[in-house]
Design a binder for this molecule. Structure first.
Ligand code: GLY
Ligand code: GLY
Length: 306
């Protein structure tokens, strides 16, 4: 395989994002995450280190629905899902319904590297974290005033409109064509305690295969899971579609068939970029060489020199 131009591409969730100030913070957050991932790659880290670092930065940023700032269950708790996958050997790890863990994506990586399993849930995942030296936070540490307010509003309305925005994710390719994908979420507003999302499901929230490409998704988790959105995009590319065609087409078909919205970011095995969403907005950013591309609205792409 000839050398490929490395790319780190991230999303900060698909959704409505109607508040101008919030949109600005979200765009700043995805730009920082893409730059961080690229910097890790440039300083000798692996592509999986790079996507993990990009996602961790967004988990730590409370403007995103992942890590601190995750949406709350109807019981008022943070329960998070994450998954990570390496395209060279299809190794993968995931966690679901984890509480009090600062960086669920790092725990998903430990599941991948230190266990013979792909998915650990709840209490068992937390015990595994402790065994691995990851210290859980105090209960409630990941709850923010904004998410408490969102839950109170949601209950007043007795449900209704979908979450403003979601899930974070990253896909990356290095100069040798090695791909990785990582996705992390606090789930959906108004979710029941114990609900698992597409984000912990390989082929739905996350997929990476060096022979084809890498995908991270966001949006209505139940629909994404039924449609296996990440793998549907991989299949489209396997059938000869470009990263962007496969991404946009699969999101359109999923949205029509299941009447719910989603977004996805994709890299092909040659480093082509795909970005699509059927929500009104999805924040995304990617770095390639010394250019940082970013956007949040349909048919919009801005570029900074970095
Ligand atoms: N509301 C969850 C997501 O957008 O992924
Ligand atoms: N896509 C993430 C969720 O629905 O929770």
């Amino acid at each position: 395989m000839p050398d490929v131009e490395p790319v780190i591409l991230v999303h900060g969730g698909a959704g409505t994002i109607s508040d101008f100030a919030k949109a600005e913070r979200v765009i700043a957050g995805v730009k920082e995450a893409a730059k961080k991932g690229y910097q890790v790659l440039r300083s000798g880290g692996s592509v999986v280190d790079a996507v993990q670092a990009a996602v961790e930065l967004m988990e730590d940023n409370e403007v995103f629905n992942a890590g601190r700032g995750s949406y709350l269950t109807l019981d008022g708790e943070v329960e998070m899902d994450a998954s990570i996958m390496v395209g060279s050997d299809l190794s993968a790890g995931a966690v679901t319904v984890v509480k009090d863990i600062k960086n669920p994506i790092a725990l998903a990586r430990l599941v991948m590297e230190k266990t013979g399993h792909v998915l650990l849930a709840g209490e068992g995942a937390k015990r595994f974290a402790v065994d691995q030296g990851v210290k859980p936070l105090e209960p409630g540490a990941l709850v923010t005033p904004a998410t408490l307010e969102a839950l109170a509003k949601w209950k007043l309305k007795h449900g209704g409109a979908p979450s403003e925005m979601g899930t974070v994710g990253a896909v990356g390719i290095d100069s040798k064509g090695r791909l990785a994908a990582a996705t992390s979420t606090g789930g959906r507003e108004g979710k029941m305690a114990g609900r698992s999302s597409d984000t912990c499901m390989l082929g739905s929230g996350t997929y990476a295969d060096d022979e084809i490409g890498a995908v991270s998704t966001t949006g209505h988790g139940e629909s994404i899971a039924k449609f296996c959105l990440a793998h549907a995009i991989i299949r489209g590319m396997g059938n000869g579609e470009s990263a962007d065609e496969a991404t946009k087409k699969c999101i359109d078909v999923m949205t029509q068939r299941l009447n719910n919205t989603a977004g996805a970011i994709t890299l092909s095995r040659t480093g082509e970029v795909g970005i699509g969403f059927s929500t009104n907005r999805m924040s995304w950013a990617y770095q390639k060489k010394n250019k940082l591309y970013f956007g949040i609205d349909k048919n919009q792409c801005s570029c900074d020199d970095v």
